[in-house]
Design a protein around this ligand. Structure first.
Ligand SMILES: *[C@@H]1O[C@H](CO)[C@@H](O)[C@H](O)[C@H]1NC(C)=O
Ligand SMILES: *[C@@H]1O[C@H](CO)[C@@H](O)[C@H](O)[C@H]1NC(C)=O
Ligand SMILES: *[C@@H]1O[C@H](CO)[C@@H](O)[C@H](O)[C@H]1NC(C)=O
Ligand SMILES: *[C@@H]1O[C@H](CO)[C@@H](O)[C@H](O)[C@H]1NC(C)=O
Ligand SMILES: *[C@@H]1O[C@H](CO)[C@@H](O)[C@H](O)[C@H]1NC(C)=O
Ligand SMILES: *[C@@H]1O[C@H](CO)[C@@H](O)[C@H](O)[C@H]1NC(C)=O
Ligand SMILES: *[C@@H]1O[C@H](CO)[C@@H](O)[C@H](O)[C@H]1NC(C)=O
Ligand SMILES: *[C@@H]1O[C@H](CO)[C@@H](O)[C@H](O)[C@H]1NC(C)=O
Length: 541
């Protein structure tokens, strides 16, 4: 159980014989501050213990090979990888955390002297985890067992499958996932520790799922150290169908769960059949008998590479695919997210709008008060200063990949609205899921106060003043996985600035309009027929 000493004091009642006041039993802590796993923790299953050091079967562990302490094995040999590329940087939402390697179209600029960061709003994905309960990759164990039982034998590159078993757990963070969040806590402490006000308890928010809770705890441990419960109270919002939760909105949005926003997965399947045609043929030639082996089976095997690597430290499945096939894998993820939570989804904006309502509330220091038709938050929690304080300079929230992707859509970041054909990636594609929501991916939204307007065209010589004539001006600077999002590119009113910033008032005005554009009730609860892939372009019906 974690709660700040202040909150324990609020619960003081019982008096012992000696007249010493003792804290009341933990039952006095309201549900939203209970961090022992409760009834909404969701299913989990631990995976088998890794033993990379003992995996002498690893083909490249010969000669003078040195295993770096990364700590998982990601430098597997990949056929066709001529330029030293790293496949783990192309795995969509299954990529372990990396800073965005290419940026979003603008460079990073320092704060001009005299300008301060006054707030930081963070929304952070959980770390590397085992497959979710319903993931099709979790069926591979039974599929292989069934084939072996029917007499199929695997040969050549697939021969390891004759002795392979499925060893992954379900839903929980892996050890690497814990490390990613701890590391991020450390990084964020260095970047933003100066914003922490130790005079009042900080509220940080996560959801009731085990990996969500543990991600927040590992982050806070990295940020504040092992006694972090003295510095921050963790608020745990119930994640379960029937509950409103801006950090896990899929559970409250009916049309997100009944197939109406499934076009992204359909589009992804069409592409999978194309880019995995050769691999499927290769694999068929490496098994005896005539099993009904399809591209779906091949795609499931490909998914085992990222999952086994983050869970067990090493995977035989990675080297089964070529460099081109890994780039294809990445695009398969892009299609899923674009059609499921992006601008091609009828619920793309709706799922993210609750967080936008909360961000607006915090930026304006007034409780959210959405229109009847756009209540995408829990109004009970968000109308109370104990559970939704408005006076913090640091806001630390934890969420899921799909939810964060939808937040980006809800914010109207149309840079990522470019149409994605099912025949293959477009030229200059902007939407790359591994740059947006890798495991432990994060948005850092900074509020920046300048004594005078900052020039949109930054001086080339760093000794020249970056200021324009005028009065105090406040900006929003959005950073995604350590690179700036150029707000003006999506929200034209923000202007084409070198630094990608947007004036706070302009940003607020645009986000208020975005709440309307999300069309929340109709998107989530409307009775419309399932849109075909490509027919939705603006993230709503
Ligand atoms: C095994 O073979 C039987 C009989 O041919 C068939 O019905 C069944 O679908 C096969 N199972 C698998 C996993 O291929
Ligand atoms: C954590 O708190 C305990 C009890 O207040 C204290 O004894 C310990 O020194 C603290 N540890 C650190 C690392 O600050
Ligand atoms: C966290 O709380 C402890 C105990 O009150 C305090 O010693 C420490 O300075 C706080 N950390 C920060 C960063 O203020
Ligand atoms: C809102 O949050 C409160 C406090 O956790 C909870 O009791 C209530 O069921 C929630 N309501 C909805 C609709 O999620
Ligand atoms: C082979 O598998 C696919 C996908 O699982 C299925 O649609 C098809 O009917 C199967 N064909 C045979 C001959 O079993
Ligand atoms: C939960 O969301 C629904 C749908 O928008 C809304 O009608 C209801 O008032 C909300 N409940 C709370 C407690 O916010
Ligand atoms: C930035 O912070 C410094 C030091 O607290 C302060 O003197 C200055 O006025 C601040 N600048 C703005 C624009 O608020
Ligand atoms: C600010 O105003 C002064 C006086 O009018 C002018 O000389 C200067 O060029 C202006 N600076 C900028 C950056 O526009």
């Amino acid at each position: 159980m974690h709660f700040s000493s202040q909150l324990i004091l609020l619960g003081l009642t019982a008096t012992s014989h000696a007249g010493v006041v003792k804290p009341r039993a933990s039952s006095a802590v309201p549900d939203y501050f209970q961090t022992s796993f409760g009834p909404y923790a969701g299913p989990t299953k631990a995976g088998d213990a890794p033993f990379v050091a003992a995996q002498s079967a690893v083909p490249f562990l010969g000669g003078d090979f040195y295993l770096p302490n990364t700590p998982v094995v990601t430098n597997v040999p990949i056929s066709g990888n001529a330029n030293g590329g790293e496949i783990f940087k192309h795995m969509g939402n299954l990529s372990p955390y990396m800073p965005n390697p290419s940026g979003f179209g603008v460079n990073e600029y320092p704060l001009p002297p005299g300008t301060n960061i006054t707030q930081m709003h963070m929304i952070h994905r959980h770390g590397s985890r085992y497959p979710t309960s319903d993931a099709s990759v979790a069926t591979v164990g039974d599929r292989i067992k069934g084939l072996l039982a029917n007499g199929t034998r695997f040969t050549d590159d697939l021969s390891f499958l004759n002795d392979w078993t499925y060893q992954l757990g379900k839903e929980e963070l892996t050890a690497l996932g814990r490390q990613q969040l701890f590391d991020s806590g450390v990084l964020n402490w260095f970047n933003y520790g100066g914003l922490y006000d130790s005079s009042k308890p900080l509220i940080a928010r996560t959801t009731s799922q085990v990996r969500m809770l543990q991600s927040a705890e590992n982050f806070l441990n990295g940020f504040f150290g092992p006694n972090w419960t003295k510095n921050v109270t963790l608020e745990v919002i119930t994640e379960s169908p029937g509950f409103n939760n801006s950090l896990a909105s899929d559970k409250q949005c009916t049309n997100h769960n009944n197939g109406k926003s499934g076009a992204g997965d359909d589009a992804s399947s069409l592409w999978q059949e194309i880019y995995l045609k050769d691999a499927t043929e290769r694999f068929r030639e490496s098994m005896t008998g005539t099993p009904n082996w399809t591209f779906v089976d091949t795609f499931n095997l490909q998914n085992l590479c990222p999952y086994e690597t983050v869970g067990l430290g090493f995977s035989h499945f990675c080297s089964l695919f070529t460099w081109e096939e890994w780039l294809g894998f990445e695009y398969a993820n892009d299609l899923s997210y674009y059609g499921g939570n992006g601008f091609a989804s009828p619920t793309g904006r709706a799922l993210g709008i609750g967080y936008v309502e909360e961000l607006l509330a915090r930026l304006q220091q007034q409780y959210p008060n959405p229109d009847e038709s756009s209540i995408a938050i829990n109004e009970t929690l968000d109308g109370n200063s104990k559970t939704f304080p408005l006076d913090q300079s640091l806001y630390l929230d934890f969420s899921h990949d799909t939810n964060i992707f939808s937040i980006m859509t809800a914010m109207g970041l149309t840079q990522f609205a470019q149409f994605l054909p099912t025949s293959g990636p477009p030229f200059d594609r902007q939407l790359i899921v591994s740059h947006i929501v890798p495991f432990a991916g994060r948005f850092n939204i900074e509020v920046i106060k300048a004594p005078r307007p900052v020039l949109a065209k930054r001086p080339r010589d760093s000794r020249d003043s970056a200021y324009d004539n005028g009065t105090e001006t406040t900006y929003v600077h959005m950073v995604m996985n350590q690179r700036t999002i150029p707000l003006g590119r999506s929200i034209s009113e923000c202007g084409q600035r070198d630094d990608g910033w947007c004036e706070l008032d302009t940003f607020i005005k645009a986000q208020k309009e975005n709440i309307v554009k999300a069309n929340y009730d109709e998107s989530c609860f409307g009775d419309y027929s399932t849109p075909k892939y490509g027919s939705i372009k603006n993230g709503t019906v």
